[in-house]
Design a protein. Sequence first.
Length: 650
Amino acid sequence: MKDTTYPPSDAIVAGAHVDAAGYEAMYKASVETPDTFWGEEARQRLDWIEPFTKVKDTDFTLGQVKIKWFEDGVLNVAHNCIDRHLATRGEQTAIIFEPDDPQTPAQHITYNELHEKVSRFANVLLAQGVMRGDRVIIYLPMIPEAAYAMLACARIGAIHSVVFAGFSPDALANRINDCQAKVVITADSAPRGGRRTPLKSNTDAALLHCSDKVRCLVVKHTGDQTTWIEDRDVDVKAMMEQVAPDCPIRPMGAEDPLFILYTSGSTGKPKGVVHSSGGYLLYASMTQQITFDYHDGDVFWCGADVGWVTGHTYIVYGPLANGATTLMFEGVPTWPDASRFWQVIEKHKVNQFYTAPTAIRALMGQGTGFVEGHDLSTLKVLGTVGEPINPEAWNWYNDNIGKGKLPIVDTWWQTETGGHMITPLPGATPTKPGSATLPFFGVQPVVLDPTAGTVIDETKCEGVLAIADSWPGQMRTVWGDHERFEKTYFSDYKGYYFAGDGCRRDEDGYYWITGRVDDVINVSGHRMGTAEVESALVAHAKVAEAAVVGYPHDVKGQGIYAYVTLMNDIEPTDELRKELETWVRTEIGPIAKPDLIQWAPGLPKTRSGKIMRRILRKIAENDYGALGDTSTLADPSVVDELIENRMNRG
Ligand code: ATP
Ligand code: MG
C-alpha cells in the first residue's frame, strides 16, 4: 500500500521561510557544523548582554551526561520577549485574550502594555522576597496573568513551574514540595467550558501539605468569594497597582534554568523537566517561526494550555521572542458548542492554528455541521501535536479545516525536547497523513534495534527512536535528581537520548511514530505498534476513539485488547463487535484482529488529553489493584467504569 503524499502548494513554497532546497542545505549545516550553525542563529535571533564564546558542550555518556549551550553567554528572556520589541512594535498586539464565555469581550494586549504588566508583576514578586533562582508555582487559568507571571519570573531570574489548572490539590502539593517553591500564584477560580474550578480553595487544600512559609498570590479573576489568610495571601492585582511600573531585567547565564515543568505522567510519576534560558529560547523562537512558517503580522494560535510544554513554547516564549501576535484561549473546543474553535479563528483572523489529535477526534465525532458557515480563509498552516495522529483524523482536518489546501505540520516532540524534533516544514516537506516526516535542524534521529541497541542503517526499518546528539532546546536535568535524568534517558541505549517512543522509517526516510515502546505488542512473534490497530478501528465509521493494549495470552504470548468508544448515536452490540473484528482483519491482517473488545464510554486520559495506556494495560491484565500514579487523570471515574466492565477476568 503506497501512502498518499501531499506536496506543498506553489503558493506556500513561494513565500515560505524555508523551501525544499533550503531545508536540505540548512539541515546539513546544522549537523555537520553545529557550532557555526547554532552560533549564528543565536546571535541573530537573540539579544545578548554578554556574548557567548562557546556554542556547544554536550556529552551523552552515562555517568557524565552534560548538556550546555552558549554557556558563558548572558541574556534575559523577558527582555528578548518584550523589551527589545518596544522600539519597533510597542503598539502591536502581543497577546489576544479570548475568554471562556464568547459573550465576554476579547482583550488585545500590546507589547507596551505587556511590558508594564510584566514589570509590575515582577515588582510584586520582588516585594514578596522572591529572588534569583527561587521557584514560583503558577496555578492559573488560561488568562493573560499566566503569561505575565511566567515572564515576570524570567525578568527577575526566578524559576517558574506552571501547574495545569485542572490538577487536584494533591498534584499541586506534590509539585510545590518537589521544587520547594517559595510562592504559589493562583486565581479565585477558573472558568472553563461554562463551569468553574475553585483554584483558590484547591490551593488552600494543597498548602495544608506544604511548608507554612509558602506565600499565596491570588489573581482575582472571576470575583468569586474565597477564604483569605492574612499574612499569607496577597491580592496580586491590587499590589500591581501599588508597585512601580518598571522593573530592571536581571542578567542571567544562558544555562540558568528558566523553568521546571512536570511531564504529563502518562507513563509514570511525573518528572520535573528543567529547561535553560538561552538554548531553550533560541529553539522556541526558531521552531515557532520555521515550523509554522510564521510571518510578521500573522495571528498565531496554539490551542494548548500553558500548563503543558506546548503552551510554554508556542503560546508564550516562541511567539513573543519573534515579536508575534499570540492568541490565548481560556475555553474548550466544545462549549458553548463544537464550533467554538472555528468561531475564534474567524473572529480573530487566525493564520496558524495548532491543536492535538484528541481535540480533532472529538470534533470529528460531532460532524462537519459545526465547521460549515465559518470563514476559515485566513488560515495558512495547521499543526498537530501530542499523539500519533490517525490518518482518519488527519484527513478530516485536511478536508474540513484545511479545505485540502493547507500544509499540516504533525510535530513530534516532548516536554523534554523543548520544541519540535520531527516535523514537516510548510514550504519544504511533502506530507503523508500520520507521519511526522523529517527531523528539524540539528536533530539527528536514529532507529535502534530494541534489544541489541544497535543503529539500524537501512532506510526502511522499524525500532525504537533515539537521538544521536544534543540540540539547544534539550532539557538539562530532572529537578533535584540528575541521576534520574541519566537513568531515564541515557541508560537503555548507551550514547543516545532515548525518547521512549517506537518508530518506523519508510523508504523516503520519513518517520512514523508508533507510540510508546511500552505499547508495542508481540502477538505470536509478530511485533506490532498499538497505534496501527487503533488507527484501523478509528477508521470505522461507527468508532469515535480506540485504545489498544496487550495482555498475557496462553497461546499467542500476547493478545490484543481493544477499548472502543463508539460515535454518539451508535448502540454497542455483539454484532458490531464481530463487525469490528472483521474490519481490523481486513484493514491490517488476521494477526491484528482484537481478541477482546470492551465498549468504553470514556477512556482514561491525562489532563493534556493523552490516553493513559498503562492503566488500560493493568485493567486488561486483570490486575487493577495497583494502578500507579493517577494524580494526573482528567476524570478518575472513567477508570471505575472500565474495571467494572472488564473483559478479562481470568
Ligand atoms: P510522561 O513522560 O510523564 O509519561 P508524556 O510523555 O505524555 O508524559 P509529554 O512530554 O507531554 O508527556 O508527551 C510527549 C510524548 O507525546 C512523546 O514521547 C510521544 O509519545 C507523544 N507525541 C507527541 N507528539 C507526537 C506526534 N506528533 N506524533 C506521535 N506522538 C507524539
Ligand atoms: Mg514522556
